[in-house]
Design a protein around this ligand. Structure first.
Ligand SMILES: *[C@@H]1O[C@H](CO)[C@@H](O)[C@H](O)[C@H]1NC(C)=O
Length: 274
């Protein structure tokens, strides 16, 4: 069980760094864009009303580096907050289970990261609108399913979340055994800092994320507490992410190992009732 969790967390951490998300680079858009007359509903600020935009205007936002959410298919996401308002998660602000986490991070290596990423980066692209994007995603979910199947975990599920394009999102759920305890998503920045302080051999820096800057923004919009950890301050991060140059030779596996330690601590700490 422990070994398999370690493998799983390595995969998750690795994919966090390189997986092409819905916001892809403009060069890839040019290659794969079909003539879509369709307009999309775009929101690019907390207090800015959403606007229906044509693809050419959305391309201009990419070029200008403006972060936005395409809310066309899920316009009522923000309304779920009210539904969840009765839910009062207890959020830990610091780590408490160092002894339990130690053997997990002590056994982490970069072996699985390397073999998984070699396979993952061999897809011609992971761009979300291309058929390769869908294939790479199917490959990725299968790796996660294999890890779960080969473990004795009975409370971990992984599901496809479909979109109007071919690539689906992957939703992994670690459910508490106590049904009254909704501890699936209990995330805050102080807790992440404590994880880095205690489990990684390098320290954290704070960086400004901004509107719709990454996947956690949708969770936040839906009313879940959320926070975001990335490899470095934004200005120092891998600028090839979401481009066709996001290749394995530009990655630091030692740095990813540090990230995996944080991810392992995160999973073990939050598996406890708080
Ligand atoms: C690796 O895991 C085993 C089994 O949990 C544990 O006994 C051992 O101490 C771990 N190794 C390190 C270096 O943490």
């Amino acid at each position: 069980m422990k070994t398999t969790l370690v493998a799983f967390m390595s995969l998750v951490a690795a994919s966090t760094l390189v997986q092409a998300g819905p916001i892809a680079a403009f060069d890839q858009l040019r290659v794969f864009r079909h003539s879509e007359p369709e307009r999309r509903l775009i929101q690019y600020g907390e207090d800015t009303p959403a606007k229906w935009m044509e693809q050419a205007d959305i391309d201009n936002l990419f070029r200008a580096g403006v972060k936005f959410m395409d809310i066309t298919d899920h316009q009522d996401l923000g309304a779920y907050s009210a539904f969840n308002s009765a839910w009062q998660p207890v959020i830990p602000t610091k780590v408490s289970y160092q002894d339990e986490v130690a053997p997990f991070i002590g056994n982490l290596t970069t072996v699985h990261m390397k073999s998984n990423l070699r396979a993952f980066t061999n897809f011609r692209t992971r761009y979300y609108k291309s058929s390769y994007g869908a294939k790479s995603c199917r490959w990725l979910i299968q790796q996660v399913k294999d890890v779960i199947d080969n473990s004795d975990a009975d409370h971990v599920t992984v599901n496809e979340f479909p979109h109007s394009w071919d690539q689906f999102s992957i939703v992994a759920r670690f459910e508490g055994s106590d049904e009254d305890l909704k501890d699936e998503v209990v995330i805050l920045t102080d807790f992440l800092k404590s994880l880095v302080d205690n489990y990684a051999d390098i320290s954290y820096v704070s960086t400004k994320c901004g509107y719709a800057c990454s996947d956690h923004a949708s969770w936040r919009k839906a009313g879940f507490p959320s926070a975001f950890t990335i490899e470095s301050a934004f200005e120092d991060s891998n600028h090839f992410i979401h481009t066709s140059d996001d290749t394995i030779d530009k990655l630091s596996f030692d740095h990813m190992l540090e990230f995996s330690k944080v991810a392992s601590g995160f999973a073990v700490e939050l598996s406890h009732k708080h």
